[in-house]
Structures are given as structure tokens and as C-alpha cells.
Design a protein. Structure first.
Lengths: 117, 117
DNA sequence: TGACAATACTGTGCTATATATAGTATAGTG
DNA sequence: CACTATACTATATATAGCACAGTATTGTCA
């Protein structure tokens, strides 16, 4: 099995790993305004962050379970019920910390990736 | 169990998730020059990317298994044997792709995190 | 009217992976 | 001579993305 990985598969895998951690930050940041899953998927996609439903919905539930998001069903007339998620106070604290960590990390990585001496 | 997470634990968790995907990129980039685990750990730590041994060593083996790194034992006299890892041709391709993906993602995320309209 | 795509979500199970933990062993230092 | 730093291996567990499948409604186009 060793070394039998098609290059594209390996790459896809690594790329999604890269994306993975950033999604939490992105979702938390977007949820400063109430959002429901499908809308979120689309707005993130527009920003270049494609995320499959199978990842997004579980992520939203997980973040709610951890107390970073709160949600409620909303029955706008004439439309399907939607579950709206919004960031909690706890979530805002986490978002602030994560954002600063993000800036730190991205700076480190950019240094590392920039052309060497 | 729901909602019983101490905030710090949740945060630690998310922060390490954030770091996780970036490590692969960082390691690949550093291995343009032969590196061994312990040295890598230290140079990354200096750059602000702390990575426990329990994460780094398995990562190196995994990347070699996937054909992105190659390694060999080296017995410098007077010192303990070290396993040196270096990026492979395949690895360089992956690194290039990942780097461009990284720039793309970090731009998206920075947009998202920057003050709103 | 009837089919098909888009919308909007839930649930289950697989697999990949980080991390904790423990263990081995040598070199240097006080 | 003990302790710390160095340098690595191995195993077990828990987490979480993602694929896949399912449900159901709304809108559209022919």
C-alpha cells in the first residue's frame, strides 16, 4: 500500500486538511449575523471556501454543542423551516482569541513560505 | 455532557485544529533542506509553530508513506543516529499546489475577518 | 401536469489523523 | 551520578471530516 497513492488524492487530502481548521473561524465570523446552513454554505462558497453539506451541518451542531453558537428554528411564512445559528458570548470570546492566533500563525507561515535567503 | 465544556478546553481544541492543517505545509516547506525531527521541532517552534513530538514524528512518517518526503538514517560521528527527511519531487509538486491554495484561503479568511461594511 | 433541480436539513458509519502516553537509548552537565 | 536534553519508536484512543443516504418542500420548465 505504501507509495501507492495517486498524487491527486494525496493533494486533495492535504488541501482539505488545510481548509479544515479555517472553517471554524470562517463560520464563527459569519455568524455574527444569524445564518442558516444553506445560506452559509453559499456565502462561504462565494468567498472561495467551498464546504460540503456533510461537513458544514455537523460542524454547526458541534459548535452549538460546545456553546459557541446558539440556534433556533424559524418559520418564515411560505418557506421551509430554517435553523438559524448565531454566535454566543462565549463564541465571541473564542472568535477573538482564534482570530489573534490566526494572524500569528498566518504570519509565521508566510515567512516560512516566502523565498529563502 | 452538552455544554459542559470549559471555555479554555474548547479554545485549545479549536486552536490546535487551526494549526493542524498548516503544519503539513510548514513541514514540507522546511524540508527543502534535509531535516531531522528534533531539529524541525525546534526551528518550527522558533517560528511560533509549536508541535508536540507525538504529532510531528507520526506526521513525518505519514508524509514519507505518501511519497512526499524521503528519509535516510545518518550517522554523524560522535552523535546519535538521526533520520533525515527531505522533500521529494512529488512533494515539491504538492507543496507548490498547497502553497497556492494557502494564499487563496488566507486571502478569503482575511477578508472575512476584516471589519465589516 | 409532471419531472427535475434547488432548497434545507437529519442521521449513520467509515476512515484518517492528532494526541496522549509510554518506552528506548545516548550525550552532556552540574 | 543523577538529571536534562536529545532523538526516536510504538500503541491506543478519541475526534471529526466526509461520503452517503434519506426526507421533504418549493420552484421551474416543457
Amino acid at each position: 500500500m505504501v507509495n501507492d497513492f495517486p498524487t491527486t488524492l494525496v493533494y486533495e487530502n492535504l488541501a482539505s486538511e488545510l481548509r479544515r481548521g479555517l472553517l471554524v473561524l470562517a463560520v464563527l465570523a459569519e455568524c455574527d449575523v444569524p445564518q442558516y446552513g444553506y445560506l452559509l454554505k453559499q456565502s462561504l462558497s462565494q468567498r472561495g471556501l467551498d464546504i460540503p453539506e456533510g461537513t458544514l451541518y455537523p460542524l454547526l451542531r458541534r459548535l452549538e454543542e460546545q456553546g459557541l453558537l446558539v440556534s433556533q428554528w424559524q418559520l418564515a411564512d411560505e418557506s421551509r423551516p430554517r435553523r438559524y445559528y448565531q454566535i454566543s458570548a462565549q463564541g465571541q470570546t473564542a472568535l477573538a482569541q482564534l482570530t489573534s492566533e490566526w494572524h500569528h500563525l498566518s504570519r509565521s507561515l508566510n515567512d516560512l513560505l516566502s523565498p529563502k535567503e
